[in-house]
Design a protein around this ligand. Sequence first.
Ligand code: DOR
Ligand code: ZN
Ligand code: ZN
Length: 435
Amino acid sequence: MKYLIRQGRLVDPVSGIGGVMDILLEGDKVAVIGSDLSAPGAQVIDAAGLTVCAGLVDMHVHLREPGFEYKETISSGARAGAAGGFTSIACMPNTKPVIDSPGAVAFVKEKAALARREGGARVWPIAAVSRGQKGQEVNDYEGLKAAGAVALSDDGVPVQNANLLRDAMILAHRQGLTILSHCEDADLVQNFAVNEGRVSRQLRIPGRPAIAEELQVMRDAMLAEETGAAVHICHISTAKSVAIVRRYKKKGVQITCETCPQYFTFTEEEVLQQGSLARVNPPLRTSADVEAIIEGLKDGTIDAIATDHAPHSAEEKARSLTEAPSGMVGLETALAATLTALYHTGEMSLSDILRKMTLNPACILRLPGAGRLSVGGEADLVLFDPDEEWTVDPEQFRSQARNTPFGGRTLKGRVKYTIIGGEVIYRYGEEGTAL
Ligand code: DOR
Ligand code: ZN
Ligand code: ZN
């Protein structure tokens, strides 16, 4: 199949080149990028008014399979990713059983291949740091890597044992695998529902203090410095966490980090309006934290924007704030939420934003062929209208889950086409439905 994408505004964070261009896709590769291309027999996609860039890469999602298929499956999550403009997504291992063996990684790869055939994004498995995510024994990283794991993480049940984490870093480093660390001290946060601060006091419930995150960001930064291993901090949410990463990057330590749209859009106050829908770990913080996150994105301290897409059932989220599980879905709102908060406010350029949603996460995970648009490279692209407004209706999601605090919000930025391996796998229809 040949596609000629005509007159799209190309944004290429790698070269910094932008401008209206034509792009010819042949088979699963980008064949030509140029002006006024003609290609007899090619199917033409009119991209006038649309931004064209490498397909988005989400380095942090939860797809719940195996074990929690009632929340999401690899297929439903991968298809939700495609609708959100993502062509590659990396899924966390906190499933049942935990993805901690080569066989379990192979299972995810098989389901990922099926999901691709059903019009989903490419799915890349992340394996667990510790056996059963119990924080006691390291896994066989060599075997996990050979089976296809792209990184290691105990996200969901973060590693508390510094001795184990230190060993894990040394072993992971030998395999060229990065550890993705959810930083929260378990004793300080327990199973508390919200940030410790104004809102927890108002609700008279215990909260998760910022220092619970910051202590472990500092721990991980120091361990990365000592071991020489690469560490990546997941969903950074506090001002001091940003400052720590900034300082350790300056020292030359191999530390990277991500944040998520919820942490630069909402504050802890959102819990008062939305209850359990705004419950997430780490929790939504203060407006000073939101400002520091945006500053960290702007100055390059924060490398990537991920979703931490965390589907839960309606029943689970209907429980009270203190009983409901933490997490929110994000695949189908991430691009629009990010453009709304960072681009349409004039905080960041499209190119700088897209770098954090394509090239940077692909580099951190060392994903072959992902995150860049180049002649001869993989034909994974997204075409979107950065200015189109729409109101989030979770009922329209391809995700099985609806738990988002963005429901009912008007966002600016609409995914129009998602192309993977030279095939249009998602098209937003004229009448407002996915084709
Ligand atoms: O809010 C969260 N939800 N944070 C995590 O670390 C895990 C995730 C989940 O798996 O639901
Ligand atoms: Zn996490
Ligand atoms: Zn997560």
